[in-house]
Write a protein that binds this ligand. Sequence first.
Ligand code: OGA
Ligand code: MN
Length: 227
Amino acid sequence: MTLSTASVLQPVGNPVAPEGDWLDALADGLSEHGWLSLDARPLLGDELLASLCEEVQILDRTDALRVAGIGRGLDKTRDRSVRRDKIAWLQGETAAQAGLFQVFETIRCGLNQQLFLGLKRFETHYATYHPGDFYRKHVDSFQGRASRVVSVVLYLNENWQQADGGELQVFNRDSEQEICGRVSPELGRLAVFMSEEIPHEVLPANRTRYSVACWFRQDEIPLPLSL
Ligand code: OGA
Ligand code: MN
């Protein structure tokens, strides 16, 4: 008799060590300011970043990304005056995604250890903004749920120039009109912020802008209705 075994996916890249200065930097930035950005190239490695870039560009070329909505479930609307990106959810099913999932899992555990956030899981999608696309000022957590707690965006654009636009503009959590930072979506850069607290927007891009967005959540996976 032969047993069929599930093929074991070898993640791209090396798992990140759970104790690193970068995890301290993440926790400090989040607790002191509610957000930070950092160059994660040393942490993710060139190989993983190149694989993720390739994957999102293939999805874009083959029209596999879908217009993103606002809100959840039945409330979901597709309002082109608010956001114009296209997205594809990641399931961790390619070697590149498995490598990235390891990093996200390290972040989840590290933030739980340092900030006691009780993050149970994450959800993540690729996003592309074509020239002219934007995402108006918003916060990431749906009102009254507090389920998305920490947002992470990883940028996948080599040699991004100021003239390419598409920066992430971050607003002060206490005085909403005050801009407190702009993040250029350069390859390997991470923007990390508290999902409910930090208003932010994506300025119109002048060249196609690729990224991965990830949300760490405090709730469990909802059970299917039939159970
Ligand atoms: C989002 C978002 C920011 C970015 O997808 O909710 O705000 O810089 N993304 O892509
Ligand atoms: Mn957002």
